[in-house]
Design a binder for this molecule. Structure first.
Ligand code: GLP
Length: 261
């Protein structure tokens, strides 16, 4: 995988938005896989700026959701569908009809998971999947020891993830659902390009384990090592525990400019 160390989250956002814009110019109806969380926000902001400047036309783009809480109605302000409406669809001016996501309020969750995997395949698969990373190395909501071959399914959140996400529920952990639907690690690996972003020292251990540790389900993000086109974009804080940091800086600085990420 390629590791790009950027000076700050804004620079990372610009780099990834550039890659998204190039993809959409090449393939106007590309399927963009989007993640929630604070980390990808600079990407969405930078892409929105490009759209508003007329540098890229996203009117035919399709958006695919990564994960969702179970049991929150779709209109709940913290359902990931609502979050993505606010942070991605509205700023980019993308219609709800172009949005795909799992139904976390379905009465038959197993069927909803299978339906979502089928919808992703029916759409031709995800072209570029944006990922954040949990402090425990989770991607989507694939908590440690998730099968590396897993498909979209229901998962139970760890206490740590519920604590981390309580900030979106007025700091009240009792409001954070215990269950979620997440694209499986196998589903995520089906995307043509994976771009994982991480910012801040709080993610440094998870990044080092994912990039330089063994491929192991105990660190779900380490599965990116199995993907032929995976890019990890980290700021100095998140890169601070990488042993090969200087090597990654050197290779990126000397990469052919036309190659992109
Ligand atoms: C949640 C999401 C993940 C995200 C993670 C990190 O658990 N399900 O997709 O990567 O949070 O969030 P943040 O970027 O806010 O640290």
């Amino acid at each position: 995988m390629e590791v790009v160390i950027v000076p700050d989250a804004k620079a990372g956002g610009e780099l990834v938005a550039q890659a998204l814009a190039e993809l959409v110019r090449r393939k106007p109806d590309a399927v963009l896989g989007v993640a929630t969380g604070s980390t990808p926000l600079p990407v969405y902001e930078a892409l929105t700026a490009k759209v508003r400047a007329g540098a890229v036309d996203v009117s035919r783009v399709r958006i695919a959701q990564l994960d969702e809480y179970v049991g929150l109605p779709a209109e709940h302000p913290e359902s990931y569908r609502s979050v993505l409406r606010r942070e991605v669809l509205a700023p980019l001016g993308i219609d709800e009809a172009a949005f795909m996501g799992p139904d976390g309020a379905a009465s038959d969750i197993v069927a909803a998971c299978q339906a979502y995997d089928a919808a992703l395949a029916g759409a031709g698969g995800v072209d570029l999947q944006i990922l954040g990373i949990g402090t425990d190395g989770h991607i989507g909501f694939n908590e440690p020891c998730s099968s590396l071959a897993s498909r979209t399914r229901i998962k139970t959140l760890t206490e740590q993830t519920r604590v981390d996400n309580a900030r979106f529920f007025d700091g009240d952990i009792t409001q954070v659902p215990h269950h979620v639907i997440t694209q499986g690690i196998g589903t995520i690996l089906d995307a043509r390009h994976l771009v994982l972003l991480a910012s801040g020292e709080g993610k440094a251990d998870a990044v080092a384990a994912s990039v330089e540790g063994p491929v192991a389900s105990v660190c779900p993000a380490s599965a990116l090592q199995l993907h032929p086109h995976a890019t990890v974009v980290v700021d100095e804080g998140a890169a601070s525990k990488l042993k090969l940091g200087d090597y990654f800086r050197y290779t990126f600085a000397n990469k052919p400019a036309w190659q992109g990420i």
